[in-house]
Design a protein around this ligand. Sequence first.
Ligand code: PHE
Ligand code: NA
Length: 456
Amino acid sequence: ASQVAGAAPAPALWSSRLAFILAAAGSAVGLGNIWKFPYITGENGGGAFVLVYLVCIAVIGIPIMMAEVMLGRRGRHSPINSMREVARQEGVSSHWKAIGWLATLAAFLILSFYSVIAGWTIPYIFHAIQGDLAGVDADRAGQMFGDLLASPIELTVWHSLFMALAVLVSIGGVRHGLERAVTWLMPALLALLILLVGYGMTTTHFGAAVSFLFEPDFSSLTAEAVLVALGHAFFTLSLASGSMMAYGAYLPKGVSIARTSLTVAFMDTGVALMAGLAIFPIVFANGLEPGAGPGLIFNTLPVAFGQMPGGSFFATLFFVLLLFAAWTSALSMLESVVKWLEEHGMRRAKSAIVGGLAAWFVGLTTVLSLNVWSGFTPLDAFERFEGKTLFDLYDFLTANVMMPVVALLTAVFVGWIMKKSSSEEELGGGKGHRLWLFVLRYLTPVGVLVLFLYNL
Ligand code: PHE
Ligand code: NA
């Protein structure tokens, strides 16, 4: 029986290991892979950044994912109450639920701007259907994107539509429908990325893209780039934001957490690398700037679709799939908040509406920061934040500050506070467990701290 006041009844579990993998992959694979990974790779110089990112995924991301899924499965509640429940089981201070709070706050803030970006895909679906993309060159694509960002009304419409879609499905509970949606989403997305990579190979700039992505030049790597790579490892795997804990809460006992986490991380990384291989040939073939920022895929992909046979059809499909991928991720962000509200006596439908509406409201500030408030850069006094709009600041604060802090605290809690026998119970003992514990005890905390100090 649960010790948490007002807690929801014992959750129905995922129907299988595969069901969890699909849901977790649905959460992980999203804008982070296809929109964010290429543009931050472009901004941070390519190969060396990619390598650091891959190391962060393998060495820090996967062990933290295992820790979070485990905490969720032991707590069986929203991230906040799961942390409280696990702390109770371990006989330690309930203040450790602060990890859950911080994670939920990060998820909420991310959702607010994620919805705005996801909204961008909707007008591109219409452009593609109407054949607007046929024959588009880099200039026209840039203009199209610029027009979209310039209109707060249009951005608000798409942002509202996306959030409404997320809330609607969240009301029904994430377990229904999600499994089936992700089953065809992933293969279809992969097939389209393969098509785009294939297009890239015809541009004669494929080699340049491959060396940009995979030939590291460490002389250009800054401390900030390393922090961005680490932050992105958390962001892209949906860590440090409660999502993996919230989904882990439905994971049946006996399913291998290590194998499951590895599978999800592999899929996520595969999609990101494919997106990079799809986008950079187009960037170089059209003389575009790799460091062009958040508009990168919207300035490049229309050009590719505009030139390939059947482009309007494939473009429609691609932007629909991107919308779906973003939507399954948004659902997982909402889940931490909604479940917590539910545990405090609010009905599911009301919880989803309240959570979604609040995030929608904060999202309006991101909408405005793309146009009317684009000159509003409130932290100019600090060199590091100079020129950053509200949207830039939300992104930086969540991925590069809050997520590393949550991951650090999670590592300390699981590595030092929780009994070794408790995690052994969940993960099995032996060499693998010892290695995992070593990483959480020493590598993750020291790595995050050193990086923070370097960046100060
Ligand atoms: N992992 C998602 C992506 O890459 C984003 C996300 C972050 C989802 C945090 C849930 C929680 O798009
Ligand atoms: Na991702």
